[in-house]
Design a protein around this ligand. Structure first.
Ligand code: ADP
Ligand code: MG
Length: 469
């Protein structure tokens, strides 16, 4: 979700300055040749929460930068601006199709030489130094996931495989996955631990198809000792990637290699995955992470504060009660909580003074507003029926014609996503429908979002209308 205009404008010039310093460092690090051939192609776009968006002219350049320079880029960016945790590179669509075609031919030539040693796909994702077990704060909402992750790293015969961790955004899944990777690497010196997101698995798979080199792709994944796949929900609707992953997954399991998977939902809720896949994914241990309670939020933010103090040689000044204020008010997820602290930190630097709760409130007013806001099903129904120009009565009626049925499914989907209401409660609000109808609606809309860009945009727009009231 894009932040409001004000915020974007005020941060753009900071962002440019920060990016310019990063460019200088990258030039020094890699030299002119690499800098001019690759890094100069990057255009910086905007910062959305902790994700910085870039564009580059072609897919190939994106893949190359991602696999060779991205970890350094993120590292330098994070030094400049601790808020930035991730980078997303999009392709700039303003290039014409003919340019892209031309480019594709050149790139294919170039690929041949670059990948002449074709078994060497060196583009798995590096593990993040900050995501280790020691840095993970344990509380009731995540202790099962934490203990299972540790247990999974033990060298005894493990009694479950794969380990599947699921939960909402920003609750620490990626952190745990990296921690497992670190631990397994440390304990088994030469073992090859592959960590990557489902999205990158797909890119690599497609790349190997394009280069007609699926053999080395398969080889690479099947020779791993440990495979860690983050955000499997990305594969929903991407059937051939799912199948390829499933083959890899099965052969690793057959060889007793450890596999760890994370997702934003349980295996049984992975719509478009076939039943066999779902059941094998849940064949090991499935654990979830719940949102953190106040005490856990407080410990996490306290730790993070101490880290910032250490890193910046105690120049960060907060009044005592700011930390508890943050833990009390930023309840959505840990990532937002960290983001809030980073923002307060940046401001204390700019202003050069001690920050109290009042100042915190004004610095974070947008974030606090969204955490404060309780979206209701009634509001969602009203907005959706307005958007589709139908009567509220028809939206909740039993009439099945498409004009009403689709908006009804959308409203159910949004009620599930944007409120904490249970499925039966949502069903009741829609003319006393059964909870399975709500599940069906959610699945249907997710599928449509995956397969139809226009539809996806519509849903995002309606979501924005609802959340920005
Ligand atoms: P997810 O993958 O579930 O979306 P992340 O693992 O990326 O979430 O976590 C978001 C941020 O919150 C990361 O910086 C992570 O280190 C931090 N975080 C989440 N949970 C904890 C925790 N229990 N202790 C310390 N840091 C945490
Ligand atoms: Mg994650």
């Amino acid at each position: 979700m894009f932040q409001d205009l004000n915020k974007a404008q005020s941060s753009t010039s900071y962002l440019r300055d920060q990016w310019n310093s990063v460019l200088k460092k990258l030039n020094t690090e890699y030299g002119n040749e690499v800098f001019n051939s690759w890094i100069k192609n990057i255009t910086i776009r905007n910062l959305d929460e902790d994700v910085l968006y870039f564009t580059v002219p072609t897919r190939f350049i994106r893949d190359w930068i991602t696999s060779h320079y991205l970890d350094k880029i993120i590292y330098f960016l994070n030094q400049e601006n601790p808020q930035i945790k991730r980078v997303k590179i999009n392709i700039d669509n303003s290039l014409t199709a003919s340019m892209l075609n031309l480019d594709k031919n050149i790139n294919e030539e170039r690929n041949k030489s670059l990948f002449s040693n074709s078994s060497n796909y060196s583009d798995d994702w590096p593990l993040d130094e900050r995501f280790k077990f020691e840095k993970f704060v344990v509380g009731p909402s995540n202790e099962l996931a934490f203990a299972s992750s540790k247990r999974f790293c033990s060298n005894d015969v493990i009694d479950f495989n794969p380990l599947y961790i699921y939960g909402g955004v920003g609750l620490g899944k990626t952190h745990l996955l990296h921690a497992i990777g670190w631990q397994l690497k440390e304990e088994n010196n030469n073992s090859s631990v592959l960590y990557l997101s489902a999205e990158r698995f797909m890119f690599q798979f497609i790349k190997s198809l394009r280069q007609k080199d699926t053999m080395s792709f398969k080889q690479k994944f099947r020779s791993a000792d440990v495979l860690i796949l983050d955000d499997i929900q990305f594969m929903i609707g991407k059937v051939s990637t799912q199948e390829e992953f499933f083959h890899t997954f099965n052969s690793l399991l057959d060889m007793n290699k450890k596999v760890i998977i994370s997702g934003d939902r349980s295996p049984s809720d992975l719509s478009s995955f076939n039943e066999r896949m779902k059941s094998r994914l849940s064949g090991g241990l499935v654990v979830d992470i719940m949102p953190a309670d106040y005490d856990l939020r407080f410990s996490i933010i306290k730790n993070k504060y101490n880290e910032l103090m250490d890193r910046n040689k105690h120049t960060f000044n907060l009044e005592e009660d700011v930390l508890s204020f943050l833990a009390k008010t930023v309840t959505s997820n840990v990532r937002e909580l960290e983001g809030a602290l980073n923002k307060v930190y940046t401001f204390s630097n700019i202003l050069g003074k001690k920050i109290d709760v009042e100042l915190t409130k004004s610095v974070l007013k947008d974030l606090l507003k969204s955490n404060d806001k309780r979206i209701t099903i009634d509001e969602i129904q009203k907005k959706v029926s307005n958007y589709y120009n139908i009567k509220l009565d028809d939206l909740v009626s039993s009439r099945r014609i498409r004009t009403f049925a689709r908006p009804r499914q959308i409203a159910m989907y949004l009620s599930k996503k944007l409120t904490t209401r249970s499925l039966p409660e949502i069903g009741r609000k829609f003319g006393g429908r059964d909870h399975t109808t709500v599940i069906h609606a959610v699945k249907k809309i997710e599928e449509l979002k995956q397969s139809n860009i226009k539809f996806d945009e519509d849903i995002n727009l309606i979501t924005q209308m609802i959340t920005s009231i």
